[in-house]
Design a protein. Structure first.
Length: 707
């Protein structure tokens, strides 16, 4: 860690000392100062907006006092006059027939300013603020004066509506942060608040000069540029009918500078994917759209995360695997291809033409072995024709890019696909009696159904299986949404991670069930937004478990509903109904919920006499309707947040923290050691460090001091 990064990390620690749940806001404020940009805090009264500004004002002062040369703050009303903000008129200058203000101690003379209720200011104040905020120039009479302002932090309890004349002012706030009241479970921290804070090593002009010189040499790769442009275009397309959400050219320029500042302060010579996460606080105009912006940014980053991971994984494979010496591929048994089609001498796939050659039955349906040797771009095809495969396809850790289609129509008859990354394409429409290993897609892995298949160390951004899964094995797989779209029958599911419910759930109870499955050591990270008053209740695994065994699974996450919708919503930790099923050593972790969402049970709601439930738990911070504190009951044992730790999982629930699980210090929850496309690489590697099984973006985020 360089001197500047260590200094900023210490500053953030000191600035946040004694504050409750304001870390993200303080980080944004300090980053605004370093970038020389303005920041807007939006939120109800009494949420420490002014305290954030006062603390930030101390970062330049060795005496830890916000003196008149550093800081200015004022509460604006519709009756506020320019004299209150920019200083009184100079009497001596008036006597000489010159209009000039005495600005000493007022906004034009300070480094950091805070204006509360900024949108209530008069037009005369707002017009003068425009050039100060953008050009850092104040027109004092006939003279254009350069001001020392680094950052204007403004606050408002609400945004103006129907006042388009304020759009120019609003656009000058690059970073926007919504500051809400803290949650009830954090109120205890208020008993030990510390109002004053001491800055041990304040920022100097030399620090700022170094930063300004350094960002000139920060590069932005072609891949990062592409991601930024995609975010910009997606924003315009999403909000094309919303006049509130407009992105100016000025904002684009300022965003690029902010990204370079983030890279420089993180000891990097180029912008990476983690820096782009800062855009979530720069691209929304109305707080109602902040969540949509976050999703736009995350979706773009997930797509481009593939490319970086592929390169890293290729290096890991090259280091850890011993390459077999293949026989010379100079015997062409099929015209137009190199190789014999055997396991030791596969048919080589170099380009789209050779890939589409598999459409010929004498090539694609004869059980040959194929090896892709380089990335293949199929995005220029207006209509892709999916390939039927009976054979063995090795992607060689290369990419195939397409346009919302499936690479294969069907994969059958003991076929296999491994080490392939897909962008804009599902792997296949249907798959039967085949194996998929170490593959990844930003779509669904299988669009429809999977029968009698094995899936290992693979992952998808969307549902892993779009339809039914029957007689399948899932091992160390990862799904950005649900693992299975409709119905699971007689499946083995172990060490899998999902970004939504294990089984995608609709109003049709028949497709919301799991039958005859064994599920163990799975992590269900629910992230779901109710779209209307939905029935039946949603559940972490499925609505009904019929003849299933479930052990050592954790459900956690968040459930949201749109503010404009009324009605009640319901959720059960693992399932609603148990029929001849068993749940053992499972847990419901923290679940963040919106108003009117009721958690009916921590584990299940009802069961028949043949079902067995024992040794389960739920964290007591989750409010469960009519909670029953019983290790073998419907909600499991109620465990406090301090006891909901590795010791409890390891010694009470008997989870394996040597081979299967590890403890995540950031979330204070268990996390799978090996999951997704990296699991195979991890199992073959000499190093078993916890960080190795995280994707590229996660690693970058953990190293970024602003996130």
């Amino acid at each position: 860690m360089t001197k500047i990064k260590a200094k900023l990390a210490l500053l953030l620690e000191q600035l946040n000392h004694g504050l409750v749940d304001r870390e993200a806001t303080m980080k944004s404020a300090l980053l605004s100062v370093l970038a020389g940009e303005n920041m807007l805090l939006i939120g109800p009264p009494g949420t420490a907006k002014s305290l954030v500004a006062r603390r930030i004002s101390k970062i330049f002062n060795e005496n830890n006092q916000a003196d008149t040369t550093t800081y200015f703050e004022y509460l604006l009303t519709k009756f506020s006059t320019p004299e209150e903000i920019f200083g009184p008129l100079s009497i001596s200058e008036l006597k000489a027939d010159r209009f000039k203000r005495n600005t000493d101690g007022y906004l034009p003379s300070v480094k950091i300013a805070f204006l509360d209720e900024v949108f209530k200011a008069s037009s005369s104040i707002l017009n003068a603020l425009l050039t100060i905020m953008n050009e850092r120039i104040y027109h004092n009479g006939t003279e254009a004066v350069k001001v020392p302002l680094r950052t204007l932090i403004a606050a408002s309890n609400e945004l103006p509506t129907g006042q388009e004349e304020l759009s120019a002012l609003y656009d000058r706030f690059l970073i926007r942060s919504y500051v809400d009241y803290i949650s009830a479970n954090k109120l205890l921290h208020f008993f030990d608040l510390i109002e004053e804070v001491e800055i041990q090593d304040p920022l100097t002009q030399e620090d700022l000069n170094w930063l300004n010189d350094t960002i000139k040499n920060i590069t932005i790769s072609a891949e990062i540029r592409k991601a930024i442009l995609e975010i910009w275009e997606k924003h315009k397309d999403t909000f094309k009918e919303d006049r509130r959400e407009v992105l100016s050219d000025r904002r684009f320029t300022k965003v690029i500078k902010l990204l370079r500042i983030s890279a420089a302060t993180n000891d990097r010579s180029e912008v990476d994917l983690s820096d782009l996460l800062l855009l979530k606080d720069c691209l929304w105009n109305h707080p109602d759209n902040a969540e949509k912006i976050r999703k736009i940014v995350l979706e773009a980053l997930k797509l481009h995360n593939f490319l970086g991971e592929k390169k890293n994984n290729q290096k890991s494979i090259d280091r850890k695997e011993t390459k077999k010496t293949l026989p010379p591929s100079n015997i062409n048994i099929i015209k137009g291809y190199k190789g014999c089609g055997t396991e030791s001498d596969p048919l080589l796939i170099h380009n789209p033409d050779e890939l589409l050659g598999l459409l010929r039955p004498e090539i694609g349906l004869k059980g040959y072995y194929f090896k892709q040797t380089k990335d293949i771009d199929c995005t220029d095809f207006n209509a892709w024709t999916p390939i039927s495969l009976i054979g063995h396809y090795d992607g060689g850790l290369n990419l195939v890019k397409g346009n919302d289609a499936a690479l294969f129509l069907e994969i059958t008859s003991s076929s296999s696909v491994k080490e392939l990354t897909l962008i804009g394409m599902a792997l296949t429409e249907n798959i039967k009696e085949s194996k998929v290993k170490n593959c990844k897609t930003n779509q669904k892995m299988v669009m429809n159904n999977a029968i009698s298949c094995e899936f290992e160390s693979s992952e998808s951004i969307k549902n892993f299986i779009g339809g039914d899964a029957r007689d399948c094995h899932f091992n160390t797989c990862r799904a950005g949404s649900s693992l299975i779209g409709e119905f699971a029958d007689n499946c083995f599911i172990t060490q899998c991670l999902t970004g939504s419910f294990l089984i995608e759930q609709s109003d049709d109870l028949l497709t919301n069930s799991i039958r005859g499955c064994k599920i163990s050591d799975c992590l269900i990270l629910v992230d779901y937004q109710y779209n209307y008053c939905e029935s039946p209740a949603k559940c972490g695994l499925a609505y009904t478990l019929d003849g299933c065994e479930v052990t050592r699974c954790l459900v956690t996450g968040k459930l949201r509903r749109p503010n404009e919708l009324g009605g009640d919503w319901h959720f059960n930790g693992l399932a609603d109904e148990l029929c001849c099923s068993q749940i053992t050593a499972c847990a419901l972790g923290p679940v963040e919920i919106s108003d009117n969402i009721q958690i009916n049970s921590g584990i299940y709601s009802s069961l028949d006499y043949r079902s067995i439930v024992n040794s389960n738990a739920s964290i007591d911070s989750v409010e469960i309707y009519n909670r029953k504190n019983d290790l073998d009951g419907k909600d499991g044992r109620a465990v406090s947040a301090t006891q909901f730790n590795q010791y409890f999982f390891e010694h009470t629930l008997n989870w394996d923290f040597e081979q299967v699980w590890q403890w995540d210090e950031d979330t204070n929850l268990p996390f799978l050691r090996k999951v997704g496309i990296n699991a195979e690489i991890l199992s073959n590697s000499e190093s078993g460090s916890a960080i190795s099984n995280l994707d590229l973006l996660t690693i970058q985020v953990k190293a970024n001091i602003w996130l």
